[in-house]
Every structure is written in C-alpha cells, then in structure tokens.
Design a protein around this ligand. Structure first.
Ligand code: ADP
Length: 695
C-alpha cells in the first residue's frame, strides 16, 4: 500500500498507534465487512456495522462515513465514544475542498493530521468546541470516482501508521460499494414506487399488449373498468376471445374487430374502440390503442388507454334530445308567431324593434325590414281617445322598462303609414325569464285591431246617449206631476176616496226616481266614453265634503238599521286638512255611489265606516262595510261597466252595474286611483285617492 500524504509533521512527538493486526486478523476483518455489505442493501443497517468494526479495530474517539453529494460532503453515519453507533441526529455537512474530509473528496488521497493544534488544515465545526486532536480520512471510490470519505478521530495527538492507513483504505473499498449499491437500489425503489403510484392513481385504465393482442401489463383501473374475473395478463388474445365468460364478469361488445385494430396500430395509427360492458347499469368504455415503439422505432406492441364514457355518452344523448325538443318548440313558437291574428312586436329595452310578425306588418303598413331597429313609437304612433299622444312624457315601452310591470290592456288609436286610423287593443310586457337582468330585458307589444268593436261600442253609446236623452224629458214630466200630486197641490190625497191610491203613487214616485238615477248613470257613462267629461276644478277640503255626504246619507242608512259613522284618523294637531283640487259634484257623486253600495250590499244592522287620511302626496278616502263581500278573483273586474256579481242577495238589490265604473272614471279624471279589498261574508273596503293640491 502506497502511503500518500501531504502531512506537515508536528514538532511534538505524537502518541504511538496501539493498532497491530496480524494478516489473519486483517483477512477476517475484511471478510466480515464485505460479507455484511453484500448481504444487505439497507444503508441504515450496513453503515453502523462498518462504523462498529472501525471502532473495534481503531479504538478511536470517533469515526464517521460521509458521502459526496454535488459540492458537499454529508455525514451519513458516525459514532463517537460518547454515542452509540447509528445516525447521530445532527449530522454535519462540509463543503467539498474544505477541511480534511472536504479535501480528501477532491484529491482522492488519504489525509491525516497527527496533532490538530495550530494545524491550519484542520477546520473546526463552527460554534463547537472541538475535542479532536488527530484525524485520518480516506476516500471511498467507485471506478476511480470519489463517492465518500471515511474517517477516524482521536482526542489525543496520534501517529498514524502505514498499517492503520492501509486498513482504513481496505474498509473503504466495500463501504464505497455498499453506498453505491444502496443508492442505486434506493433509486430503483423510488422509481418503482413512483410508477406504481402513477398506475394506481390513474383513473383511466392502462394496458400494454403484444401485437398479437396478448396483454403484458394491466393496471388496477383497467381491471376494474372491464370487470376482470381471472387474470388476463400473458394469456393469448384468441384464448380470451374464445372464452370471454371465464375472464370477464360481464359480456363485452366491441365496435371494432380485434384484427382491424391490430392492423391499424401496426401501421402506426391510434385507434378508438368503444366497448359496451353489460353490467348493471351498463357502461361504455372508450379504448384508445396507440403503437408501442422500440428504440428502432418499430411497432412492437400497443398501449391502451381506457376510460369510462357512460356519463359522457348519456349527457350528449340528453343534450341531443333537448336540442331536438327545443328545436321543435322553437318551430312551434315560430308558427304561432307568424300566424296569430295579433300583431306582435318585440323590442329591446330602448324600445328599438328587434322582431315583428306578419300581422304587425299589415297593421303598420310597413315591412319587417322597414321596422327593424326603428323606435316602436316612431312606427306605432299611438293616441288616446282625446287624441293625446301616448308616448308623451314616457313611452309605453319606457314605462314598462322602468316599472317592470306589464300593461295588461289599453286601447289606443294608431294612424298607420298608409294613413289608416286603427283602434288597437294593446298589451305590453317585459320578458319575464330575464327580469333579473335589466340589460337583457326585452319588451313584447301585442296589438289587436279593435276598430270594428269600437264602432259597435260607439253605435251602442250613441244609442244609449240618444235613448237616455229622449227618456229624460218624459221622465221629468212624470216626476213633476207625481211631485205635484204628492204635495197635495192637485187635490187632497188624504181624502177617504183617495187614500188607497197613496201607496200606488208612492211606488210610482220611487220607480221614477230610480229610472231617473239610471238615466243619469247612462248619461254619465256616455259622457265618459265620448270624452266629454269636463271637470270644473276648485280647491276644497276633502274631509268637509265627505262629512256632508255622510250626514246626508245617514237617514238612508237608518232605513236598513246600519250604523254609518265618520271615523277621524289619529292626526297631529298641526296637520293641515286634505286640500284637493276637485269637481265638487263629481266627488260627491263618487262618495254617494260608494256609501250607497255599502248600504245596499250589507245585511241590515251592519256598520259602515268612512275615513279620510292624508299622506305626503295624496288624500285617501276609505269606505268600509261589514257586508257580504266579494270573491277575490272577481275584484279586478268589479270596476268595469255592467259588472254585477252573482248571488241571491245581489240579485235582490237594485242596480245597474254602472256605479263603480263611474267612480273609477271620475277619480281617474282627477288623477287619482281606486282600489278595493274584500272578503266574502266579512265585508269590503273601497279606497280612492286624490292628489293633494300643491298651491
Ligand atoms: P250596482 O249598480 O250593481 O251596485 P256597481 O258598479 O256600483 O253597480 O257595483 C257593481 C257590483 O259590485 C255590484 O253589483 C255588487 O255585486 C258589487 N259591489 C259593489 N259594492 C259592493 C260592496 N260594498 N259590497 C259587496 N259588493 C259590492
């Protein structure tokens, strides 16, 4: 053994080595170490054995084994006199080139220091008091490359003999191989477990097969996907094909022939195969076979990727049927849209026309193309009965966009592009499905030509107007005579020969009064309908008017034993009275109609309460009764003309079905609102509001 050293001898005489090994000892020692190393690949077990043998042989203060990892030398096993063999918890790391071990890692030669005191080559571990006075380090080499360092240390100065250096170098040989083998083994193990992890965690199945179809490898997912009963790896494809029941839990159905797939993959193509698995529920697997190439890029087998596509196929089928049905639905709607009698115009929220149907074309006298993108009100210039433009302050579309409430029905006159005047029944609705998103909102205008109906209505109104005027004169005459007669001006009606006529005259008097009221109602209706309702507005305190009517109607209420009372709301002292600008006789008429109804439709002994309230903008009058009430579904229609509810009690009462219509129209003409709340057998409450006078 050649002794190589860059030793700078110390001046002090170091202690002599106590190590003396006979050639037989050396052989035994070498044999023992080599034996352990070759039978073990676990470094955690081999390294302590090596260190232990070194300890026994050298009796040092400490010994350690290090591996070179890149630019560092890391202690992987060590022992000192104070420690048991194994892996100390805090193993130091040196830089390659630094310290004794670091230098050995670079030079590949043994190095030693016989007394570390004042020897600049000795590098202490920072922050630690070193007890090392002598150190010998030899390299671990594999194929001439330094892979590690083994060293022994003494706490006294020590003279290293050739024998000691030689023995440590002998130990270094199997130690180097042990580390090499273990690292290699570990590397292979790591790779293997990585591969296994990939295979088991792969959701999709993976197979590798020979070109004759024999499967060489199959992962767990593939096993699971195909419901494999008995292992198919290594079994020829033809054998499996001829006995599928034996190898698979469920019958399989392939959409491609095995030979075809093999032929295409052999030609370098990737082939997709669909496999139906008749499990419960059945599943569909998609297998993608691609060529497996060797180093010479020759196809030697097939790699199969398998995945369950049952859900995917199900979803696409569902989407397909949905598409078909929505297409049919769309066609149905198109047909309706194109063929309905009503004109339908759809606009965006800015009221620009997006779509229109043929009926809208004939109504406007323009083509679809002409109407497209035009503003609705520029094509359909609508006026009300009085000739006032409907798109004045706020067009119908703008109103609907703003309130998001539909306009259920409205009549308006259109002068179309051909100069024709057409009366329209019109409804306007925002699209309901997208109401949450104002930007996407569309407005649907549905219009119907009601000119003919209007004409009939007009003729009816004209007739009613003429008839009521004609009736008025004779009625006034009859009324006059009856009044004269009843007053006794035409003779004593209480004389014995006349007395039995009195009830007859009283009946005639009552009936003419009713007839009078009916004629008045009819005249009012005609005036309203012909737009001849004129109001003479004056400023007044609404509560005084209401009080007068309640006082006047008291006697009438008493005939049916009702209690009619004016209830004053809780108001502040300082509160101003509800001043409104109104036509006194007309509002009086409204009050009379409402109180008269309350008296009529309440069984004797009822209670009728009237109240006037005020909020910031309007005065509200309420007339509540404890009467027969009305069914909820009929409430929206109750203010229409000639609406009278069914029922024995209603039938018995006299009425025309015009009173509430007149109430609504009179209040509307004042810019107010009318509404009702009612419950069968509990009673009804009618409300109307009038705007408060601002000056
Ligand atoms: P009518 O001349 O029939 O009273 P109205 O227009 O005043 O005509 O009323 C229409 C219908 O509304 C009545 O026939 C009645 O069925 C119902 N009605 C009106 N007021 C009341 C009320 N206070 N209680 C119950 N039903 C009422």
């Amino acid at each position: 053994m050649v002794r190589v050293s860059t030793l700078k001898q110390n001046t002090k005489t170091p202690a002599r080595s106590r190590l003396t090994l006979s050639p037989q000892d050396r052989l035994d020692f070498f044999y023992k170490v080599t034996n352990t190393i070759s039978s073990e690949i676990d470094l955690d077990r081999t390294l302590p054995v090596i260190i232990e043998e070194v300890f026994k042989t050298f009796k040092p203060r400490g010994a350690s084994l290090m591996v070179v990892e890149g630019s560092h030398v890391r202690v992987v096993a060590g022992r000192s006199v104070t420690q048991t063999p194994g892996k100390p918890s805090d193993l130091p790391v040196f830089k390659v080139g630094d310290g004794v071990a670091g230098r050995v890692a670079v030079t590949g030669n043994p190095e030693w220091i016989e007394d570390t005191l004042d020897d600049p080559r000795f590098q202490k571990i920072p922050g630690k008091v070193s007890k090392i006075r002598a150190i010998l380090a030899v390299p671990l080499k594999v194929k001439g490359r330094v892979t590690g360092v083994i060293n022994v240390t003494y706490s006294e100065p020590h003279h290293f003999t050739d024998e000691e250096i030689g023995i440590l170098q002998i130990i270094a040989i199997p130690a180097a191989f042990a580390i090499q083998n273990a690292t290699l083994f570990q590397h292979i193990e790591d790779e293997k477990s990585k591969l296994e992890l990939i295979q088991t965690s792969m959701q999709g199945g993976l197979t590798v097969s020979k070109l004759d179809g024999t499967i060489l490898f199959m992962n767990d997912a593939a096993h699971h996907l195909y419901g494999i009963r008995s292992d198919v790896v290594g079994i020829s494809a033809s054998k499996i094909q001829s006995n599928l029941d034996r190898y698979f839990n469920y019958p399989l159905k392939y959409d491609r022939k095995n030979e075809e797939v093999i032929a295409e993959v052999s030609a370098g193509k990737t082939v997709a195969v669909k496999v139906g698995v008749s499990s419960k529920p059945p599943r569909i697997i998609e297998a993608l076979y691609s060529p497996l190439l060797n180093k010479q890029r020759v196809v030697v087998g097939m790699i199969g990727n398998h995945r369950d596509i049952t859900e995917l196929v199900g979803q696409s089928e569902q989407i397909k049927t949905q598409l078909i049905s929505s297409e049919a639905e769309r066609e149905r709607w198109e047909a309706i849209f194109d063929n309905v009698e009503e004109a339908i115009v759809i606009t965006n929220k800015s009221c620009e026309i997006l779509r229109s149907n043929p009926a809208a074309e004939s109504l406007s006298g323009l083509t679809k193309k002409d109407m497209l993108d035009q503003e609705f009100s520029s094509i359909f210039n609508l006026h009300n009965q009085q000739g006032i433009e409907l798109s004045g302050d706020l067009s119908l579309g703008e109103l609907v966009t703003k309130t998001r409430e539909p306009i259920e029905y409205l009549e308006a006159k259109l002068t179309n592009a051909e100069g024709r005047d057409i009366w329209l029944g019109l409804s306007v609705s925002p699209t309901l499905s997208r109401q949450s998103d104002r930007d996407d909102m569309e407005i649907i205008f549905v219009m119907r030509d009601v000119s003919r109906l209007k004409e009939i209505d007009q003729a009816k109104s004209d007739f009613v107007s003429m008839a009521s005027h004609e009736l008025r004169t004779p009625l006034t005459v009859i009324n006059g005579y009856i009044s004269l007669f009843m007053s006794g001006d035409l003779g004593n009606i209480d004389s014995p020969d006349m007395v039995h006529f009195r009830p007859v005259f009283e009946q005639i008097f009552k009936s003419t009064a009713r007839l009078n009221a009916l004629v008045e109602d009819l005249l009012n209706v005609t005036r309203i309908e012909q737009g001849q309702l004129s109001l003479s507005l004056e400023k007044m305190s609404l509560d005084l008017l209401v009080k007068d009517v309640v006082d006047e109607m008291g006697a009438h209420a008493k005939t049916k034993n009702h209690r009619l009372k004016l209830e004053s709301p809780v108001t502040s002292f300082l509160e101003l009275p509800p001043i409104v600008k109104a036509d006194h006789p007309k509002i009086k008429q409204v009050m009379i109609n409402l109180i008269d109804n309350a008296i009529k439709y309440t069984k004797p002994g009822g209670e009728i309460t009237v109240q006037v309230k005020k909020d910031r903008k309007e005065a509200i009058v309420m007339v509540r009764d404890t009467g027969i009430g009305m069914p909820k579904q009929l409430l929206p229609r109750i203010f229409e003309k000639f609406q009278r509810l069914e029922g024995s009690y209603v039938k018995d009462s006299v009425g025309t079905g015009l009173g509430l219509y007149i109430v609504r129209e009179l209040i509307r003409a004042h810019g107010g609102r009318v509404w009702v709340e009612s419950q069968i057998d509990k009673g009804s409450t009618f409300y109307f509001s009038l705007p408060l006078s601002r000056d």
